[in-house]
Ligand binder design. Sequence first.
Ligand code: PRP
Length: 232
Amino acid sequence: MTGFDSSIPNAVPPAIGVDGAVAAPGAGVSTTYVTSADAVPAGPAWDPGTEHGYDGELAAVLIPAETLQAKITELARAVAADHTYDTPPLLICVLKGAVMFVTDFARALPIPSELEFMAVSSYGSATSSSGVVRILKDLDRDITGRRVIIVEDIIDSGLTLSWLLKNLATRGPAAIDIVALLRKPEAVKVEVDVRYVGFDIPTDFVVGYGLDYNERYRDLPFVGLLGEHMYR
Ligand code: PRP
């Protein structure tokens, strides 16, 4: 595997202070740029899906499990370093894709946190969202005065996140930050100010670690490329 040393420091913008307050920048985080050339392809002698019951369905491993976990530790440390509030951050997991990420992220955080879950659905085709979002499951509590951290598995067009940011901002939080494990820069239609991003990835069809195709593959511990024969 090559290419994972191609990190460049991310300029860390101030947290979005809904009340005007701006959090002091902390240790920062580096976004790792992953290209299709970094993918380790399946072959006759090696099939990354076999161990998980997906024989012959994956084309490659794009981000191995250990690389994901190392990045999650880095993200968690950066978030903790930026935490200047009296109460623990409220992690808002956007179901279902972010469920693996939020559980690993919360356990890697060196400060206490609290968890909330939200489920949203964007109208559109199976492979692209329209930006029109419907709440399937709302938060169970008030977020007034809290530092909220939206935990997302992937930013594709950015439409879901853009909508969510506006929606949560109306609820009176002290600040809203976003932690996204993956981002597809070439697919972004709406720029969203994201403070913490794990990996910038190509527009390839990725599955695993929460990401699905027809609800399958979420259970994989790595991010892989789905074989074209599975969706074409
Ligand atoms: C995925 C992902 C993000 C969103 C990103 O969710 O988890 O929430 O799409 O896409 P966007 O940037 O183009 O808006 P999805 O709607 O597939 O639901 P899921 O998390 O339940 O798989």
